[in-house]
Ligand binder design. Sequence first.
Ligand code: MRU
Length: 357
Amino acid sequence: MSSTELPTRTLWPDADARSIHVIDQTALPHAFRVLRISSLQDAVSAIREMRVRGAPLIGVTAAYGLALAIKSGDPLEAAIARLEAARPTAVNLHWALARMRARVESLAPLENRAEAAWIEAGRIAEEDVDQCRRIGEHGLAVLKSLAEKKSGRLEIMTHCNAGALAAIDHGTAIAPITAGLAAGVDLHVWVSETRPRNQGLLTAWELRQRGVPHTVFADNAAGHLLSRGEIDAVIVGADRVAANGDVANKIGTRLKALAALDAGVPFYVAAPRATFDFSRADGKDIPIEERNGDELRTFSGLDADGVVKTLRLLPADAPVFNPAFDITPGKHVTAFITEYGVCRPDALPSFFDANDA
Ligand code: MRU
């Protein structure tokens, strides 16, 4: 978020180490609101209600939520269990909590644990900023090589929101795009609205803040757009990647990957190491969150007076199906863009071996 009136990050800790502040993403893009999180319950609610969302940001929020729980004397394992249950698919949540547990479980007394937990959560946040920045650098190389092969501006399609809002800063899929803009790459972004939660509108909001040329389209237009040969690359983020490269990402990603495959358009997935879960052999093992059907039955927006209103699209008891994620087969992914470089799906998981050691 580059505007000088807005915070440059999505989450920032208070100096007294008693709370954090986050951007309330349920108010965007119509209003900018900041939410204070000062307890385990606040953190669980913010994650569950998607006031914070996006795999990396969920992970950092959970880490701080656990630090707040430890400070209050909540039992460690019970607090971890509550945070883990808040959202099941993004593995960054589980990764961050495992790292926090490893850091504090052998420490006593409580004050030592609390201080160590707060510092560790801060480290996870800072590392996320650095990882996303490096994803941007490696993605920039990909964009530059695509740009060399064509005359005219680069047309990039994305899905959902994998921008700064989904992380602490920079984002994952959007990091190469903002790096490209800064490096003078002539580009334009196609943003799908991403029903039912419309995270694409968050992407449009971010791109507008940063002055990135973009166009929003209805999800159902993706196949048509890709088939016309006018898109040079699709770049999306991920919530969890299995050992064979299968990708859990926002519902609708799979259809974009299939349409890109059909049209011969490269399909990139940008994600940090924390999003790769090699304990899952393939995508069938990844839990897919199903959310409340009211997300489909209703719709929110501004009325003529600029007031946010929620309207009903379907009767309250209309049967609906609302999976939040889908699985894109790894074989349809051209490459992963990570903080360590670009990697083909068949090179997983060994690509990370040297870096994990
Ligand atoms: O349900 P959300 O909004 O938390 O899901 C986020 C996504 O699926 C994003 O598309 C993303 O790629 C993962 S976060 C960088």
